[in-house]
Design a protein around this ligand. Structure first.
Ligand SMILES: Nc1nc2c(ncn2[C@@H]2O[C@H](COP(=O)(O)OP(=O)(O)OP(=O)(O)O)[C@@H](O)[C@H]2O)c(=O)[nH]1
Length: 515
């Protein structure tokens, strides 16, 4: 496995997350840790090399054991990088190594944070950033436990000095010309307070000039701040970059999933589900004086095309018919593949005459379109079409009918719901045999409140409910009847459901009846 960290961009990271095996991801984490530990090792080397300058800010007695520990860590993680890839198949052993990586790294980071006199920058980046990165690359459960362990450790380290224990601290300021080593486990702020006090005293006694002491203090602070930045910032930038890329991946994945869900793969038209959702939205957005038309189109004798020319040619026909539809229709129309060789076209704000004209044009366009199959055969296909228009008057009628019925339904359970409560109250009464009028009146008030609350909720629901939830299916069902009529009449024609319904007027109330 070749890991190129410099190119760990969008594509690489998506491969790491979605395609790499768990062992490779653990290996990548081990590699990151190796890089971090190595950078700390180099820091020790640098301090040791320039100890003439930096030796007065660093406790060399603590540095050497730390350096040895770091060397062991570098060796261990180098070995681990070579150890992880071959155990791809062995999950048990992989989990074991993942747990070891997390534990070791957590302990290591804890030691670094402690011996450096607790740097909030290093601690914050290591804790939050390290946990985030770990969760992308290895078992989240282990990383979560390690994260909690770190938090417990922070509390422990904060409390330990108050119990009289001294924690070794790498940070030290030695003033050579003054017999005082300010050495303790202190935070920056505590240290600064003491330094100020010492400097004031020194200044007063004239042992060390104010300027020299201040210079020493500033160099000391500068050295340690630079160290913290060296240890924390590159890691922070890298982790944030990783997460920025990760979020990009998630955004793209979401867009891809939505596209799969909303688009029919073969025809590139809207999927049935998405077409219906858009139809519902268009219906609700319909103006008071607007009509709403639905066209259901089914290809004729499509099975025989599959049988005669093969399934691939059948697919080609579907795709070409879809293109013909898109070309012939305006952008406002909602065109979806409703079933195998069935297409649903929704025309918001379109009167019946216009919808019929559009449907007839579609029929002609499809019939005139020549399909050229790969084997050199040319043929034509026809379609049968059913058209239904929901006029604004009809819509208003359904709406008012629906509201009346919905209101009736919502008040019914309220009256029912009072009965068992009354019964319960009666039983209670008999049991306790207490006739406390105060108790009764408070029970009544509570029941009334409950009822009025329910009524309010029901009223809001009715206000929101403009049309029955299955209104789309009902409209399509009417158009479907016209489509079947077109098939019955010999195919390759357009039939108006409105004309059919006008012929048998009573049928409409049956179709709209709310079950
Ligand atoms: N190639 C292809 N065929 C499909 C697809 N979806 C459905 N079909 C086929 O479409 C055919 C539809 O056949 P039928 O329902 O009998 O309809 P028909 O042959 O068009 O007959 P009528 O509708 O009565 O004119 C079936 O053979 C399905 O296998 C598809 O995505 N690709």
């Amino acid at each position: 496995m070749a890991v190129s960290i410099s190119h760990l961009g969008y594509r690489k990271l998506s491969r790491v997350i979605f395609e790499w095996q768990a062992a490779d991801r653990a290996l990548l984490l081990a590699l990151f840790i190796l890089l971090e530990v190595s950078s700390h090792w180099l820091w020790c080397l640098f301090v040791w090399w320039r100890q003439d300058i930096y030796g007065s800010y660093v406790d060399m007695d603590v540095l050497y054991p730390l350096w040895i520990g770091l060397t062991l860590m570098v060796l261990f993680f180098s070995w681990m990088v070579s150890r992880l890839s071959p155990i791809r198949e062995d999950t048990g052993s992989l989990y074991k190594w993942q747990a070891i990586i997390v534990t070791l790294y957590s302990l290591y980071i804890a030691v670094v944070i402690i011996v450096m006199g607790y740097s909030s920058l290093v601690a914050g980046v290591s804790l939050v950033g390290g946990a985030m990165l770990g969760m992308v690359l290895i078992r989240r459960r282990y990383v979560w436990k390690a994260f909690l362990g770190h938090i417990a450790l922070i509390f422990l380290v904060t409390l330990i000095p108050y119990f009289g224990f001294t924690i070794p601290n790498l940070r030290q300021m030695t003033i050579a010309s003054f017999p005082l080593d300010s050495y303790n486990y202190l935070t920056y702020n505590e240290m600064t307070v003491i330094e100020n006090a010492i400097s004031a005293s020194i200044f007063q006694n004239g042992t060390l000039s104010w300027d020299s002491f201040n210079q020493l203090r500033f160099s000391y602070a500068f050295f340690w701040r630079t160290t913290h930045i060296y240890m924390a910032l590159p890691k922070a930038v890298f982790i944030i970059y990783m997460f920025r890329t990760l979020l990009l991946i998630l955004d793209n994945s979401k867009a891809e999933i939505m596209q799969y869900a909303n688009q029919d793969e073969l025809t590139q038209l809207k999927s049935r589900r998405y077409g219906l959702t858009q139809m519902q939205q268009a219906l609700l957005a319909m103006g008071d004086k607007q009509d709403f038309s639905v066209i259901l189109l089914d290809l004729d004798w499509f099975k025989s095309i599959n049988d005669n020319y093969g399934h691939d040619v059948g697919d080609q026909v579907l795709s070409e018919v879809a293109q013909t539809l898109l070309k012939s229709l305006s952008e406002e129309s909602i065109v979806s593949r409703y079933g195998g060789e069935e297409f649903l076209i929704v025309l918001p704000d379109t009167q019946h005459d216009s919808a019929m004209t559009i449907a007839k044009q579609l029929r002609r366009d499809i019939a005139q379109h020549v399909i050229k199959s790969d084997d050199g055969t040319d043929f034509n296909i026809t379609a049968s079409i059913g058209v239904y228009t929901l006029t604004h008057d009809e819509r208003a009628r359904i709406q008012s009918e629906y509201k009346t019925l919905a209101l009736e339904e919502s008040t019914q359970p309220l009256a029912e719901s009072q009965k068992p409560r009354k019964k319960e109250a009666d039983i209670d009464k008999a049991r306790t045999n207490k006739t406390s009028t105060q108790k009764e009146s408070s029970q009544k008030t509570r029941a009334q409140k409950r009822i009025s609350h329910r009524r309010k909720r029901a009223a809001t629901e009715i206000l929101k409910a403009q049309l029955p939830s299955d209104i789309c299916q009902r409209l399509i069902c009417i158009a479907d009847k016209a489509l079947y009529e077109a098939k019955d009449r010999g195919r390759n024609q357009v039939v108006s459901a409105n004309d059919m319904l006008a012929a048998e007027k009573d049928k409409i109330s049956v179709l709209y009846a709310i079950s």
